[in-house]
Ligand binder design. Structure first.
Ligand SMILES: *[C@@H]1O[C@H](CO)[C@@H](O)[C@H](O)[C@H]1NC(C)=O
Ligand SMILES: *[C@@H]1O[C@H](CO)[C@@H](O)[C@H](O)[C@H]1NC(C)=O
Length: 488
């Protein structure tokens, strides 16, 4: 009898998905709290991550405009509006799709969105002019400095009708449109303003087509260059405007241009992240077209193909996995792909479930919505602790988590502890030390382990130890879902 129980327990334990009991609600709260640590500008009295203080209060002054606010993208102090807007779109999608799983964290999630949209409204205040970045990456990266002490140039860069940037402008339009739905009930005037601005910025992005690479390449590349073209962002923004307004104008745009942009779209059908919206477009549109079989093509075949390119058992699989089971696409900040792609897989699974469809990958392999949800859960559980290193990749979550994240504010003593200014190069010893960071950037998820599930917890190794807003934004939605459905 005892033997049988032991064997049964062993079976339970061997299935990571079954055995791992994570506090998804705790991880959710922390994943949202992280955004407070990335805030730029004047912090409100409600700020919970109190080791951070006001910073960059003159942003925009060199151009005679107010660009105070928004988020630092990662462990440095530059504001890059392209990934900031994508992170905002994904936070908004997380709230729109998964708000029921957010409980008392819903307000904090909405505040995290608004911190960005308030700034994006400033960046788009003038017609035919969109600010796309504040700060110079070279100068910033040359210093290891707290944002509160920054003395590097806070140059503001913009795109215009003469030197366009359709990718960054359209992503901002997508973020504003998505956020307009989040605030529709709670703050209707704000929501209306966001939506008006979204359509205006989209029109600018579409009318003056081009990549911001061409005019601002020396400032935005190689960090947030547009590698995958701007066509995906134009479609993505139109899809969000369609969702927000229901206007035929946007449906016609999406319908016509999914064909016009076919070479650009089919080239990267399974990509999704701050640069590539390709797979996201089809999953987003699928919600509408699954109701009407006449509109299936090409969105549903594209979305199905995306799923079949990802799932490990699919004959069409084109992505890799670490031996421990983590979706692995890049040696730099890999977990951004894991969270972005898992978000789409989970979201598509929910749409498929509603319309009672499954995905056929050929060779007798079919994927049910339940299987897709289980896949997403496996990825989330890996991040929270089901992995060969037995650690959580989220700061402040679980027993073991990264101690030396590549993050200036987290690794330098706080202003409370050390009120004196720490200049550019004076920060170097704090960068190089093997000591743990003094300030916990709670909720920050780092780039993660290497292709062999190894993690060295080394601050200098930014590729693996740096957190970013676009790792966390889709994770917020995933965690909210599993908070509501922990046994799924
Ligand atoms: C932007 O520049 C990068 C790096 O030079 C290049 O790989 C990419 O193709 C360019 N993108 C566009 C849309 O021109
Ligand atoms: C992780 O935990 C397992 C089971 O307790 C153990 O066998 C393994 O050695 C641990 N690995 C590491 C890297 O600590």
């Amino acid at each position: 009898m005892m033997m049988k129980v032991a064997a049964f327990l062993g079976m339970m334990m061997s299935s990571a998905v079954m055995a791992a009991q994570y506090d998804y609600g705790d991880a959710l709260s922390k994943s949202i709290l992280f955004f407070e640590g990335q805030r730029s500008g004047k912090l409100p009295s409600s700020q919970r991550m109190t080791w951070r203080k006001d910073s960059a209060l003159q942003d925009g002054a060199d151009m005679g405009v107010d660009l105070v606010g928004g988020y630092y993208d990662a462990g440095d102090n530059v504001k890059y509006n392209f990934p900031m807007a994508y992170s905002t779109t994904m936070l908004a999608w997380s709230v729109l799709e998964y708000r029921k799983g957010m409980g008392s964290d819903l307000q904090a999630a909405m505040d995290a969105i608004r911190w960005s949209t308030d700034y994006l409204l400033k960046a788009t205040a003038k017609p035919n002019l969109v600010f796309v970045q504040v700060g110079q990456a070279q100068a910033d990266h040359n210093c290891w400095e707290r944002p509160e002490d920054m003395d590097t140039p806070r140059t503001a860069f913009a795109v215009t009708d003469k030197s366009p940037g359709s990718e960054v402008s359209a992503e901002i339009a997508a973020a504003l449109a998505a956020a307009s739905m989040v605030f529709k009930k709670s703050d209707t005037p704000y929501s209306t303003l966001l939506l008006q601005r979204a359509s205006q910025v989209f029109e600018f992005a579409d009318k003056f087509r081009g990549s911001y690479n061409d005019s601002l390449g020396q400032w935005v590349c190689p960090w947030y260059c547009d590698y995958s073209g701007y066509q995906d962002e134009l479609l993505w923004a139109a899809a969000w405007l369609l969702k927000a307004t229901g206007q035929p104008l946007y449906w016609n745009y999406v319908k016509g241009n999914i064909i016009n942009f076919r070479p650009q779209i089919e080239r990267a059908i399974s990509e999704f992240g701050w640069d590539s919206k390709h797979a996201g477009i089809n999953v987003l549109i699928s919600k509408f077209v699954l109701k009407n079989i006449n509109n299936f093509i090409p969105y549903i075949p594209y979305a199905d193909k995306f799923v079949c390119n990802v799932l490990p058992e699919s004959p069409l699989r084109s992505v890799s996995y670490t031996p421990g089971g983590l979706l692995y696409k890049s040696s730099i900040c890999n977990i951004q792909s894991t969270t972005s792609i898992s978000f789409l897989i989970l979201t598509y699974a929910r749409y498929l479930k509603k319309s009672k469809r499954i995905v056929d990958c050929g060779n007798g392999v079919t994927l049910t919505p339940t299987r897709l949800m289980q896949f997403a859960k496996t990825q989330v559980n890996y991040i929270l602790g089901s992995n060969p290193a037995n650690m959580s990749y989220m700061v402040g979550y679980g027993e073991r988590f990264p101690q030396r994240i590549h993050h200036r504010g987290s690794s330098l003593p706080s202003v409370d502890q050390h009120p004196q200014r720490i200049e550019c190069k004076e920060g170097t010893p704090y960068f190089q030390t093997g000591n743990p960071n003094p300030n916990l950037l709670i909720g920050a998820v780092v780039g993660g382990p290497d292709m062999n599930d190894k993690f060295y917890d080394d601050r200098v190794d930014a590729a693996h130890s740096e957190p970013t807003t676009y790792v966390n934004a889709p994770l917020v939605g995933l965690l909210a879902h599993f908070n509501k459905h922990p046994r799924m």
